[in-house]
Design a protein around this ligand. Structure first.
Ligand code: UP5
Ligand code: MG
Length: 190
């Protein structure tokens, strides 16, 4: 288990729902540290790690990287950081991710932000992003949507059934989405 007492919020929602954008706002207003699982995996590719090629291939296919790889990166980031409040963005993506993170780290999320957005809107955003991400092409985007529907939505359903999901209408403009996000954090004492 992680030998540190931390508060964790999972930030979930489909590809392009605005997880990264809103996490940046939450960091500014509420003092959390933002850990994007996708960003950590992309850094791992760039660093030339032995897993880099495998990770790159999985991301290009929109597939979920084996949980031990992602969990190791998240756990290291948590332990190396002086903060005790973390936003974990884009993880867990399936039931196995969720259960493994809990048993390896001993951490359960305080609550789960769920950015709800239509596929049509998310597709438009991803195709307009233009940040050179290798998975922002229409073929990979369709695969990401399929994996999200089949594997990631059930995780959100799980947290919803435990009363931990906080659903946000993420189709609205960035500032309006953040107004809703602020209400959630304000009501938890942040
Ligand atoms: N934008 C944002 N909000 C907007 C709004 N309200 N109105 C209009 N435009 C808005 O936003 C996307 C774009 O939309 C931006 O241009 C933004 O300005 C605009 P962003 O905040 O980047 O959305 P986000 O939800 O973060 O989208 P992202 O593409 O990062 O989500 P994914 O979940 O697809 O990507 P992630 O990086 O988490 O994962 C990528 C891949 O890594 C996965 O497909 C998988 O292969 C792998 N992965 C794992 O295997 N395991 C993991 O645990 C995590 C990732
Ligand atoms: Mg992101």
């Amino acid at each position: 288990h992680t030998n540190k007492n931390v508060k964790v919020v999972f930030v979930l929602g489909g590809p392009g729902s605005g997880k990264g954008t809103q996490c940046a706002n939450i960091v500014q207003h509420f003092g959390y540290t933002h850990l994007s699982a996708g960003d950590l995996l992309r850094e791992e590719i760039k660093s030339g790690s032995e897993n880099g090629t495998m990770i790159q291939n999985m991301i290009k296919e929109g597939k979920i990287v084996p949980s031990e790889v992602t969990i190791k990166l998240l756990q290291r980031a948590i332990e190396e950081n002086g903060n005790d409040k973390f936003l974990i963005d884009g993880f867990p993506r399936n039931e196995e991710n969720r259960a493994a993170f809990e048993s390896v780290t001993g951490i359960e999320p305080e609550f789960v932000l769920f950015f709800d957005c239509s596929e049509e809107e998310m597709e438009k955003r991803l195709l307009n992003r233009n940040q050179g991400r290798e998975d922002d092409n229409i073929e990979t985007i369709r695969k990401r949507f399929k994996v999200y529907m089949e594997s990631s939505l059930p995780v959100i359903e799980y947290y919803n059934s435990k009363g931990k999901a906080r659903k946000i209408d993420a189709a609205k403009p960035i500032e309006e989405v953040f107004e809703e996000v602020k209400k959630v954090f304000a009501s938890t004492g942040d």
